[in-house]
Design a protein around this ligand. Structure first.
Ligand code: ACO
Length: 307
């Protein structure tokens, strides 16, 4: 087998739904403002990164239906590990009973794109399937008295299995970037809460995602009109709309779950992608353009063929 494909997928969200109306009761905010400025109506809060990631990953393993001993390993994208050490990936790996390695990647909201690219390259070199899961419990680093972040941040997990296949490679191109000079616009000190300069992140996110997606699509020899599905980080609907407009990709080709999930950081891209997979929006050969940005500032994009 010389190529690769996405062979399995699964998601998990906490049971507890927190609506904008619930937040109105504890914060100086209101449903209309949140919907208009962010596109979010409700979000899910609760659980641990291990529990959410394990539940999503069990579903992904089931869809892939591969021998558990055949796995090369597991990569967890997370900004909110449950412990400083061991890595949360080790605990998920134990829960699954698969073979191979496990490690965490922290690249904030670009973490799933980073992890997908690393996992894909390892599938190629090992010729074994690898699980890649994005999971975050941002509610544990959210100051619920800070309306600038409490309305946005939430919890969830989304997992894929990338496996060797007889098709061409599913990853057609990628771009991964970081600028540590921008640490101050979005950060969380150890034991603290996430702090964000929303306006600065907003502006930079659109510019970075536009440049990065254009680079990936051009270098792979395609144009934006070839893209069947844009899967942007679900940070703010206005960022997603501005990006799809600048790229000339119609809104109906832009995967969106933010209305009911909020911003789940490393989980947001897989949650949106898997929502499209499960609603049969993709056909064999469909071109998927994933893009994410987050604290670091990190950003990255990946062009993927659905097989
Ligand atoms: N409810 C009601 N009013 C509010 C709220 C709120 N939650 N927050 C701010 N306001 C008010 C402000 O006080 C201001 O009032 P004023 O005009 O009287 O001074 C007005 O609304 C506008 O405030 P802005 O801060 O300018 O609002 P903006 O349109 O920039 O939206 C937001 C703020 C939603 C945070 C936006 O900047 C944003 O989404 N930024 C990007 C966030 C992001 O992408 N983060 C990504 C990484 S985080 C992560 O992924 C883990």
């Amino acid at each position: 087998m010389t190529g690769t494909s996405i062979a399995g997928w699964g998601t998990s969200l906490p049971d507890k739904i927190v609506t904008n109306f619930d937040l109105e009761k504890i914060l100086d905010t209101n449903n209309d403002w949140i919907v208009e400025r962010t596109g979010i109506r409700e979000r899910r809060l609760g659980g641990t990164t291990e529990s959410l990631a394990t539940a999503a990953t069990i579903k992904a393993l089931k869809t892939a239906d591969l021998d558990l001993d055949s796995y090369g390993g597991l990569i967890l994208a997370t900004t909110t590990p449950d412990k400083t050490t061991p890595g949360t990936s080790a605990l998920i790996h134990k829960n699954l009973g698969i073979s191979g390695f496990a490690f965490d990647i922290n690249a904030a909201c670009a973490g799933f794109i980073y992890s997908f690219v690393v996992a894909h390259q390892m599938v190629k070199s090992l010729n074994q399937p690898i699980v890649v899961v994005g999971a975050d419990t941002l509610s544990r680093i959210t100051d619920m008295t800070d309306r600038s972040t409490a309305i946005l941040l939430a919890d969830g997990a989304g997992a894929l299995v990338i496996a060797p296949s007889n098709e061409e490679d599913c990853l057609l191109g990628y771009d991964l970037q970081v600028d540590g000079n921008l640490e101050d616009i979005l950060y969380c000190d150890l034991g603290g809460y996430l702090k964000m300069n929303g306006k600065e992140v907003f502006k930079r996110a659109i510019r970075a995602a536009e440049k990065s997606t254009n680079k990936v699509v051009e270098e792979a020899g395609y144009s934006m009109s070839d893209i069947d599905l844009l899967v942007p980080h679900q940070a703010n609907k206005r960022i997603m709309d501005a990006l799809s407009e600048r790229l000339g990709i119609p809104a109906q080709k832009c995967a969106s779950v933010i209305e009911r999930t909020g911003n789940t950081s490393s989980a947001s891209v897989p949650l949106a992608l898997i929502d499209s997979i499960e609603s049969d929006s993709l056909k064999p050969g469909s071109l998927i353009l994933m893009t994410g940005f987050g604290a670091g500032m990190t950003w990255g994009s990946a062009l993927v063929r659905w097989q």
